[in-house]
Design a binder for this molecule. Structure first.
Ligand SMILES: [Zn+2]
Length: 395
């Protein structure tokens, strides 16, 4: 746990204790008038737990004693929120349910507590309970309704219920939020398209991709999937048209398209210069080592290993990457013998070890890093925010 969290936690527990104590003083007729015997046993227990650094038991003791009303509501909510941040979801649920069970709150305050509870359920993976509560809250108006829709949307994303997610996201895609939710809807359709592709139904996949493009014309993922559908059906010219759109949509995803693009060019019997000139155009926008290697490979037969190595080395001068270096070593290993070959092989294993545990992708929103490409960030749940890492240890 973070140190600040811990301090804040102790402070809130102390605040609950003090609030409770002040409440007692008022009940018993004002300051300086509190005979020790009027403090309930839970107060002393709570204090003991606190002193013994057992804040969890202190919390339990205090929430039992401290009445929930408009004045103490914020403290209870802060405690619930903090428990949730610490990942203690069961305790957060207890705190929020306790508020609802005891408080004579105004309606708006009560609805806000219910939203908190729905979030607890969602994070705890109690999706049925979260959905039931968030759907009830969706019947309200204004900000509560919007918040409830957002929780419902997260539930459907977790359940991979993309059709239902689309319906809710359409309700949210208004005003300033329009672009953000249109992008999400486009990705829900991409998810549906991939499902159809996996079930070997390219026609249904195609329909879904049309919708995906309709909601976000610059979604590079839609072009990638469309390229895959076309390749799977032998429509190589169409596949190339779809895949080469990515350069203008979001060039960082060009490396993701290279394998399909290569297949489409080879099976479609296209002249090699065509692919090369496209890749050269891409390199002007995004200096990716994958593109350099694809280009170099396509020229290998024509220009030979030595010229290919020179080409890679030239790119590495401006944009050094370890992946490029290992490729360069490979080319030299093939053409040397004896001690030189041994030394190069050792050098290669060092270079490989340098990047072995390094992530290849990073989320631009939350900083999540991983070796695998995800369209939906596992951490911040945003769409298409994970991109290849550029630099020495990446692309
Ligand atoms: Zn993220």
């Amino acid at each position: 746990m973070m140190m600040e969290d811990w301090l804040l936690y102790l402070l809130i527990v102390a605040a609950i204790g003090i609030g409770w104590w002040l409440g007692r003083r008022e009940l018993s007729g004002g300051p300086g008038n509190v005979p020790p015997e009027t403090l309930g046993p839970n107060y002393y227990n709570g204090l003991n737990y606190l002193l013994n650094e057992e804040p969890d038991r202190a919390v339990a003791a205090f929430i039992q004693e401290l009445e929930v009303n408009q004045d103490t509501l914020e403290t209870h909510l802060a405690l619930g929120g903090l428990l949730r941040r610490r990942g203690e979801l069961e305790k957060a649920v207890t705190v929020h349910e306790n508020i609802l069970a005891h408080a004579q709150l105004e309606k708006s305050a009560m609805l806000n507590v219910k939203l908190e509870l729905a979030r607890d359920y969602l994070l705890a993976g109690l999706l049925d309970r979260a959905e039931e509560l968030s759907l009830t809250l969706s019947q309200e108006s204004g900000e509560i309704r919007q918040q409830a829709h957002r929780i419902t949307l997260e539930i459907y994303e977790r359940e991979k219920e993309w059709r239902q997610a689309i319906e809710v996201a359409k309700l949210l895609a208004v005003g300033d939020d329009c672009k953000q939710y249109e992008k999400a809807i486009s990705h829900y359709y991409c998810e549906i398209a991939e499902d159809w592709l996996n079930r070997k139904d390219p026609e249904k996949a195609r329909q879904a991709i049309r919708e995906a493009i309709g909601h976000d014309a610059v979604n590079a993922r839609a072009s990638l999937i469309l390229g895959r559908i076309d390749v799977s059906e032998g429509l190589y010219r169409e596949a190339i048209a779809a895949l080469t759109r990515i350069k203008d949509q979001e060039a960082v995803y060009v490396p993701e398209s290279l394998s399909q693009l290569k297949i489409a060019h080879e099976k479609g019997g296209r002249p090699p210069e065509e692919l090369r000139s496209y890749l050269e155009e891409c390199l002007k926008v995004v200096p990716s080592i994958s593109i350099v290697l694809a280009l170099a490979t396509s020229m290998r037969d024509e220009i030979g290993d030595e010229a290919m190595a020179k080409y890679i080395a030239n790119h590495l001068k401006h944009n050094p990457t370890i992946r490029g270096l290992t490729q360069l070593i490979d080319l030299h290993v093939d053409n040397t013998s004896g001690v030189a070959k041994q030394n190069l092989t050792i050098l290669r294993s060092f270079a490989e070890a340098l990047v072995a545990d390094k992530p290849a992708y990073r989320c631009h929103e939350c900083g999540y890093e991983g070796k695998k490409m995800f369209w939906h960030c596992p951490s911040c749940k945003d769409w298409a925010t994970i991109k290849p890492i550029f630099g020495l240890e990446g692309e």
